[in-house]
Design a protein around this ligand. Structure first.
Ligand SMILES: *Cc1c(COP(=O)(O)O)cnc(C)c1O
Length: 349
């Protein structure tokens, strides 16, 4: 790996971050808070939230088994994705490499930051070929984006190939594990010491059932986390989000039950799909969704919309011709999908 000062944009490396009032104050026995120009009334919403989210990070540290100094919390993992560009990539000069198909935000953030985005197709079965991916790397490649389980294909990437990328690439590897709570592989967040160049992403939006509160996590070396903290908005995670996140973590048992229900429903739904005449193939998945190759994705997608069932049409994505991505819903939602698709057979085939 290159040293961090070689990888980080010079202006970010030398940046003195904004120092907010609540960051400077660390004590506990204050009786008057006259430092931040807040309104003294309307407690607790009058006060700026903890800019470093210390209480929440301690709780997340326990459930994720990662030290607080290795955790960044953001406004969704989307904030962490955007910050990696702003920390490492010089606009108009550096580039990033990513797998395709994958999560759309990597390219959108690259475009917003005027950073060249190099997409390398996965194999036909959506597996990763590290050697092929690494061929796209140049001396200006700062970041490689991997996603496992991958969206939209659903599969985990092979450890052997991920590790090959981590060893061979001298820049930053972002490994997006948004769906890891549905998979049985060991998370790379436990291997931060082994791989100082990794940034592992996780989110409360999927298994934790909290997409609305916008809470994303990045796990990385303390040095990389410090860079995130320098660049982020001072109060990037609001009080309501911090409180709701702590509440849902206390309900961990409910979350585990949801995940189990979803995995059981996934098996039932995928099995039913194999009997549908309009379904050509279902791809194996480690996430709370699966990809299905249909006879005609555009027609079936539009037909389902008319039936009030919304799926994700992925037919224009690389390797995804005629594929729709189906999120596992409640048994009622899944039955509505199946009932509609069974009728599609009756009316159109
Ligand atoms: C859904 C998803 C996310 C979640 O992003 P948030 O901003 O945390 O809601 C991140 N990465 C991938 C691959 C996803 O599919």
């Amino acid at each position: 790996m290159k040293s961090l000062d070689q990888l980080v944009r010079p202006n970010i490396w030398s940046l003195s971050p904004y120092s907010c009032a609540r960051n400077e104050y660390q004590g506990s026995e204050a009786t008057a808070f006259l430092d931040a120009n807040e309104n003294p009334y309307n407690n607790p919403y009058n006060r700026y939230p903890d800019p470093m989210q210390r209480e929440l990070k301690d709780i997340i540290s326990n459930v994720k088994d990662v030290a607080p100094e290795n955790i960044f919390l953001g406004n969704g993992s989307d904030e962490a994705i955007d910050l990696t560009f702003r920390i490492f990539c010089i606009p108009g000069k550096d580039n990033v490499v990513s797998i395709a198909p994958s999560y759309g935000m990597y390219k959108v953030c690259a475009d917003i930051n005027n950073v060249e985005f190099r997409a390398v197709e996965l194999e036909e079965d959506f597996s990763l070929n590290a050697d092929k991916l690494l061929k796209a790397v140049s001396t200006s490649t700062k970041i490689i984006f991997l996603c496992s389980p991958n969206n939209p294909s659903g599969n985990c990437l092979a450890d052997e190939e991920i590790e090959k990328v981590l060893h061979a690439f001298d820049g930053i590897v972002v490994l997006d594990e948004a769906y890891s709570d549905f998979a049985f592989n060991e998370s790379y967040r436990h291997r931060l010491e082994e791989y100082p160049n990794i940034i592992v992403l996780n989110t409360m939006s999927k298994a934790w059932g909290c997409a609305a509160i916008r809470l994303g996590m990045a796990f990385a070396s303390a040095e990389i986390i410090n860079l995130f903290n320098k660049v982020k908005y001072p109060y990037n995670v609001n009080l309501l989000t911090q409180q709701k996140a702590m509440e849902i973590i206390r309900r961990k048992v409910d979350v585990e039950r949801w995940v189990n229900n979803i995995l059981n429903e996934r098996e039932t739904l995928m099995d039913a799909f194999t009997y549908l005449p309009c379904c050509i193939k279902v791809y194996p998945t480690d996430a709370n969704f699966f990809l299905a190759k249909m006879t005609d994705a555009n027609r079936i997608y539009n037909y389902l919309v008319k039936c009030g069932v919304i799926t994700r049409n992925r037919t224009t994505q690389p390797l995804c011709r005629d594929c729709i991505r189906i999120t596992i819903g409640t048994p009622e939602e899944n039955n509505a999908l199946l009932a509609a698709l069974r009728k599609y057979k009756d009316e159109n085939l």
